[in-house]
Write a protein that binds this ligand. Structure first.
Ligand code: F6P
Length: 343
């Protein structure tokens, strides 16, 4: 019978990593900015200070890690930002951090500054880089979802979505006044290149005739039939909400097709980046404050790398690596409801 050697080497990779309470952490915002990011930064800094943890801000997202651009964030550094859109740390798309060499350089910069854990506030793209970093470097990473597109898995809502929907709705309400006055068809394009969450909620909240999203096919002929039927029912104006991007074709292309088939001249409004700016709503400030606080709490508790989510109103921690590539699906019932309510 074989006996195990008392000096048998332990395979370090197979052992669960332990995360102890750090003395210094860094926070960054990555990808498309979203209203409420500042409120999340503020919560990270203030909860960190209360726990005796120093917080550094990485400037321009992951770029700050790669190039060693940091800013000391004492409690006062985040005063008067909770109500501001954008991000005081600025942001960028991942760039060099996408490469293993870039991530190794970032790790070196963090080690040099004694940073032992990281809070990343960002969207779906930033999620992938965060998970790869935590896995390769062994640093603890808490991910706080912030994206007006609301396409981050593991949470019902991402920071910024509520503000973007409300901003778009205010615009739709104004468009409705002139659409009614002139008996016109308006095609309104909202953001969401790969996902239709904004379009769907804006269409429902704005009482649109129809919604076109990347997730569900919609035929322009059907759209025209719907417009015609609504006119037969006595409606003199219509609003169609369309998600931007190649998968829907965008508002201009749809307007062209409607004109060709119905002979009417729809007006096109592209709301664009207006939806990304502005003061965050109460809901986004609250969500950001809770998620930012939970991120630092997770770190002080020694929780392994996680995505902080809000599900059914409760804050939840999901294993970071498992969230990458998880789809977040549109509710087909809500999609159908747009049509039903438009009758
Ligand atoms: O923030 C998400 C998003 O708004 C998408 O809906 C949009 O397609 C994209 O960002 C555009 O961002 P940018 O102009 O910064 O590339």
């Amino acid at each position: 019978m074989e006996h195990e050697s008392p000096h048998r080497e332990v395979d370090a990779a197979s052992q669960p990593r332990r995360y102890t309470k750090p003395r210094r952490i860094a926070v960054l915002t990555a990808g498309g900015d979203a209203p409420g990011m500042n409120a999340a930064i503020r919560a990270v800094v203030r909860i960190g200070a209360a726990a005796g943890i120093e917080v550094l801000g990485s400037l321009r997202g992951f770029e700050g890690l790669v190039y060693g651009n940091f800013k000391d964030l004492g409690g006062r550094a985040v005063a008067n930002i909770i109500q501001r859109g954008g991000t005081v740390l600025e942001t960028s798309r991942a760039g060099e951090f996408r490469t293993a060499a870039g991530r190794a350089r970032a790790a070196e910069n963090l080690r040099y500054r004694g940073v032992e854990a990281l809070v990343v506030i960002g969207g779906d793209g930033a999620l992938q880089g965060s998970a790869a970093f935590a896995d390769e470097i062994g640093i603890n990473v808490m991910f706080v979802p912030a994206s007006i597109d609301n396409d981050v898995p593991g949470t019902d809502y991402a920071i910024g979505f509520d503000t973007a929907v409300n901003t778009a709705l205010q615009a739709i309400d104004r468009i409705r006044d002139t659409a009614f006055a002139y008996e016109r068809v308006f095609i309104v394009e909202v953001m969401g290149r790969d996902s239709g969450f904004i379009a769907l909620e804006v269409a429902l909240g704005g009482g649109a005739e129809a919604v076109v999203v990347p997730e569900f096919d919609i035929n322009v002929d059907d759209l025209c039939v719907r417009i015609e039927q609504s006119q037969l029912r006595g409606k003199r104006s219509s609003i169609i909400v369309v998600s931007e991007g190649p998968r829907t074709g965008g508002a201009l292309a749809i307007a062209g097709a409607v004109k060709q088939r119905l002979g009417v001249e729809p007006r096109v409004v592209v709301l664009g980046h207006i939806q990304r700016g502005g003061a965050p709503t109460a809901r986004d400030r609250l969500l950001a404050s809770r998620m930012g606080a939970a991120a630092v709490q997770g770190i002080t508790d020694g929780h392994p790398p996680a995505l902080i989510g809000e599900k059914r109103g409760q804050i939840v921690y999901s294993p970071l690596g498992e969230m990458v590539g998880e789809p977040r699906r549109l509710d087909p019932d809500l999609f159908k409801l747009v049509e039903v309510l438009a009758t």
